[in-house]
Every structure is written in structure tokens, then in C-alpha cells.
Design a binder for this molecule. Sequence first.
Ligand code: FES
Length: 84
Amino acid sequence: MFKFGSGPAMLIHQDDDTWTALSAVCTHLGCTPSYQPDKKIIYCPCHGGIYDPRTGANISGPPPKPLTEYKVRIANGKVTVSRT
Ligand code: FES
């Protein structure tokens, strides 16, 4: 988890060694969902919303749309996250 602009975001290291950066602001009512690596889901504790940790797609519960995905670049051992 990290702060990105004015809100929280999450950076997930996938099993295939790729990275995914997503907004951590639930698209339902704005709670903070978190990655649950044991279940391979992103879970929002407020109303049980579930998102796909690779794409941010809303897959269960009340969230009406996906989490915003950010661009991840890896260079010289540094991870950079940006909106574009
Ligand atoms: Fe996340 Fe309602 S605020 S499921």
C-alpha cells in the first residue's frame, strides 16, 4: 500500500514477476480495499466487494466498476507508478 496523489493505492507483485498498481479506493462507497494474497483477491471490508488483483475488475459484491489501474515501470531497480 502507498499514497498516490490524494488517495491510497496498492502495488502487487504477481506470480509471473509482473507488477500491477491499482487505486485502493473502492468504487462502491470509497472504503479502502486491500490485497489478500492467500485468496488472490482484493477485498473491501465495508460491504464485501471483491476485485481481481491482476486487472482491478469488480468481480463480486456491490462495487459498480473496476479499480483504477495505473502504469508501472521498472528501471534500474526502481518502480515508478504513473497515471499514464
Ligand atoms: Fe467497498 Fe462498499 S465501499 S464494497
